[in-house]
Write a protein that binds this ligand. Structure first.
Ligand code: C2E
Ligand code: CA
Ligand code: CA
Length: 493
């Protein structure tokens, strides 16, 4: 045909790796237009081929875990949707996952630890999938799974999600320590929940965030999730007015000293008397307040209210210590100390020290241990004691807390609720009490719901307890009456 051609070919000799060659053929014609000669040029391109395929791998692979990256994952998801659309009767499963506690590992143990954990996560998850499935790391501590062409998407998704949760619930080893992660999982299906990549991704994310930290297993996108999110927006805007309208109230739950058999203090727990939705518990609105920054004026209000309340109780001669919960962003707030100092100043004096306590979770403290320990020291200077709340659910170990001016640790109720039946929980409680005592901390058990638990804690030498069996959170006005009615329930002790 008199045209130049350019061909690429592969040659493989037995027992050797393939080599690539590029050949260009150039025709020469006479006056009549017929080809009289062909010049050829041959060039080996094996190296180029290798470079290009390596570039390709780099562009589509997450270098840390060796898994496909976000861009390859999106390509495969696009393809899977196209195939399922053509076949007509198949579903595509998209699953997004976000690790719990990863940030704490990174912050407390450093990035090499974080990197190592991410590699281990990848290595644990990969064997759970079939060859045709894709596991990818999208970035940070986010992973995703794609199951193309499945007949029953929901069932397949739940099965894989179960395996994933199980695989990640086992401890991860790093430098001789056992680290516990958890995972939030969100599921969206083609075509039910969306028919393009962006819609499916955002809906799987939404499903994940709506279940994360609730311990309820994987979240499957539901069309009403969008409404629930709208409801959150509504709550956030109501919350802005709640403070001015005086809709918050504090309830107080007694803390009982087990040796003395009487209440020595109370914990303030906030409630929101919502005009339409009734009494809302803090889990419903504290996270919103944290995200919107409203937590700061709210914490100031709590501090004010507690200070006034305590003065009243003091006049009545009750001499209670009052604890307030301080969430992560309030603890980070540089004005916290000043506010505590201003509000409590008159009431606080060192000889009566320990009359105000703040409760912070270990994760709050660990998020920035340098800042945290400075604040703890300053709190001690103004006579405020500190309790570590929800102890056992986060990342610190008692060894980390050593040398910090902490007064007590509060064992999380998840260990207490079943400790009578569950030998492991009981063993954790017992050894934590012993270790805490050796380090000089008092131990408070929260979530004591029955007599058997109280007796067991008593026998383990636990210092104090809180829980429905001893006393529910009640309005401030009922506290004096409660104190005079309270009878120590532990006849056997
Ligand atoms: P927390 O500090 O761990 O408080 C203990 C929670 O356990 C309270 O829930 C309390 O009502 C509940 N509880 C007490 N005894 C028992 C029991 O025997 N069994 C069971 N199952 N539960 C029991 P509440 O009041 O809903 O508070 C939930 C969380 O909200 C608190 O957990 C705390 O982290 C946060 N919170 C409460 N008030 C405030 C506040 O004023 N400021 C901040 N930042 N957070 C608060
Ligand atoms: Ca608390
Ligand atoms: Ca707690």
């Amino acid at each position: 045909q008199g045209k130049r051609v350019d061909v690429e070919s592969r040659i493989q000799e037995p027992g050797k790796s393939p080599r690539w060659f590029r050949r260009i053929f150039h025709p020469f014609m006479d006056e009549t237009g017929s080809v009289v000669r062909i010049d050829g040029l041959m060039d080996e391109t094996t190296k180029w081929k290798d470079v290009i395929s390596r570039l390709n791998i780099l562009a589509t692979t997450d270098s840390l875990t060796g898994l496909p990256n976000r861009s390859l994952f999106y390509d495969r998801l696009t393809q899977a949707i196209a195939t399922a659309r053509r076949l007509g009767n198949m579903q595509v499963v998209l699953m997004v996952m976000d690790l719990d506690h990863f940030k704490e590992i990174n912050d407390t143990l450093g990035h090499p630890a974080g990197d190592e954990i991410l590699r281990q996560v990848g290595a644990r998850l990969a064997p759970l999938l079939r060859d045709s499935d894709t596991l990818a790391r999208l970035g940070g501590d986010e992973f995703a799974v794609l199951l193309p062409e499945v007949a029953d998407g929901l069932q397949a998704a739940q099965k894989v999600a179960g395996h994933v949760a199980e695989a990640l619930s086992r401890p991860f080893a790093y430098a001789g320590q056992d680290l516990y992660l958890g995972v939030g999982i969100g599921i969206a299906l083609y075509p039910e929940h969306g028919d393009d990549v962006d819609t499916l991704m955002s809906r799987a994310d939404l499903a994940m965030y709506s279940t994360k930290h609730k311990g309820v297993g994987p979240g499957v996108f539901q069309h009403d999730t969008t409404h629930r999110v709208a409801n959150q927006f509504q709550l956030a805007s109501d919350l802005r007015r709640a403070l001015d309208r005086g809709e918050f109230v504090l309830h107080y739950q007694p803390k009982i000293g087990l040796q003395q058999g009487r209440a020595y203090g109370v914990e303030a727990l906030i409630r929101w008397q919502h005009p339409e939705q009734g009494m809302l518990l803090p889990d419903k609105f504290i996270p919103i307040a944290e995200r919107s920054g409203l937590i700061h004026p709210m914490t100031d209000w709590i501090i004010q209210t507690i200070a006034e309340q305590n003065r009243l109780w003091d006049i009545a001669g009750n001499g209670l210590s009052v604890a307030l919960n301080v969430s992560a962003s309030s603890f980070q707030n540089p004005k916290l100390l000043q506010h505590l100092h201003d509000a409590l100043g008159n009431t606080l004096s060192t000889e009566r020290g320990g009359r105000f306590e703040i409760e912070i979770t270990e994760n709050t403290l660990m998020a920035d241990i340098g800042h945290g320990s400075r604040v703890l020291r300053q709190l001690r200077e103004i006579g405020v004691t500190v309790a570590i709340d929800d102890f056992g659910t986060g990342y610190s170990s008692l060894a980390y807390l050593r040398r910090l001016p902490i007064h007590s640790i509060k064992l999380d109720k998840t260990f207490i609720l079943d400790m009578v039946q569950d030998k492991t929980d009981a063993a954790i409680v017992r050894s934590t009490i012993d270790l805490a005592h050796n380090l000089g901390y008092a131990v408070v058990a929260e979530g004591v719901e029955n007599r058997a638990t109280l007796d067991l804690l008593f026998s383990m030498g636990c210092d104090s307890a809180q829980g429905y069996f001893l006393g529910h959170p009640i309005p401030a006005a009922e506290i004096p009456q409660w104190l005079s009615d309270f009878a120590w329930p532990s006849a056997s002790a």
